[in-house]
Design a protein around this ligand. Structure first.
Ligand code: ARG
Length: 279
């Protein structure tokens, strides 16, 4: 047993070191509204947002993960949400093409970063997709959200590009506009989700695929509790999501509460700030 393992029941939880890309929120603000959380009339404390973001970055590093940073661009206040910048599996980079013109310039900036870093398989997509906001990688398959941002045709495009099976899920509630606000991957075969965010049919699919899933309460979903990141053992999630933290503990995970309240004013939290570089 090492410091990076814990056992509950018959399940050993092992943290696997990851590589993440993050974008410092130097130009973060809420100047427009493209989701129900964003209110440009409500003040944002930029320096607090920055300190909260640094807290998350430093925590990843303390847990043994590697964090790379991309330079934020002036005039792109949502660029801090690196999860939306691409989807990366097996070192292959599927670029993001944003729904709203306020964010479209981010797609090429992220793709350029990957090119500069020497990633060789870069793909500029035909259909709208917002990266890991709507694509969640789970072992050797992807769960994919549609309804508000990513076009469903992108799901097939991603399946062809990665050569991995993609399961489409229909989002219904505008407050949970990206898949990563409504569902979290905890391990290669476990998820947590908020059923009310999904269509009737997609709820049935989720029950079929994941009969033992953790289900989030209304309260935990509303504080973005599902916008969490699991390294296999530690699960970083918004501090306020206490019922989820409790359920995670019961499953042998180690929940770590993180305070990102300033970023929540733009409709984002832990997972939104983090793009995993796989392979
Ligand atoms: N304000 C951003 C938007 O609406 C928030 C993005 C959150 N990112 C995420 N991966 N859910 O596009």
């Amino acid at each position: 047993m090492t410091a990076n393992q814990s056992v509950t029941g018959n399940r050993t939880r092992t943290a696997i070191p990851r590589r993440f890309l993050m974008c410092p929120p130097r130009h973060f603000d809420v100047t427009y509204s493209i989701n129900p959380w964003m209110n440009p009339g409500k003040p944002v404390d930029g320096s607090l947002a920055f300190r909260q973001w640094e807290g998350l970055r430093d925590l990843y590093r303390e847990l043994g993960h590697t964090v790379l940073e991309i330079e934020p661009a002036l005039g792109l206040p949502d660029m801090v949400f690196a999860a939306n910048g691409a989807t990366v599996v097996d070192g292959k980079v599927f670029g993001a093409r944003f729904r709203h013109m306020e964010r479209t310039a981010e797609g090429p900036l992220y793709l350029e970063w990957f090119q500069q870093q020497g990633f060789e398989e870069l793909y500029w997509p035909e259909h709208i997709n917002e990266g890991e906001g709507d694509y969640l990688v789970m072992g050797r398959r992807l769960l994919a959200g549609t309804g508000f941002r990513t076009n469903q045709r992108s799901h097939f495009e991603a399946q062809e590009f990665f050569g991995l099976p993609v399961t489409s899920l229909q989002l219904m509630n505008p407050s949970y506009y990206h898949l990563d606000t409504a569902l979290a991957v905890l391990s290669d075969d476990e998820v947590a989700y908020y059923p009310e965010a999904f269509s009737e049919g997609s709820r049935a699919v989720l029950r079929e695929m994941f009969p033992d899933a953790l289900l989030a309460t209304d309260e935990d979903a509303a504080v973005f509790g599902l916008n969490m990141l699991s390294d296999g053992r530690h699960v970083l999630l918004p501090k306020a999501a206490t019922a989820l933290a409790q359920q995670l503990t019961e499953r042998g995970f180690e929940p770590i509460g993180v305070d990102l309240t300033e970023l929540l004013k733009a409709g984002g939290s832990v997972k939104c700030c983090t793009l995993e570089l796989r392979g």
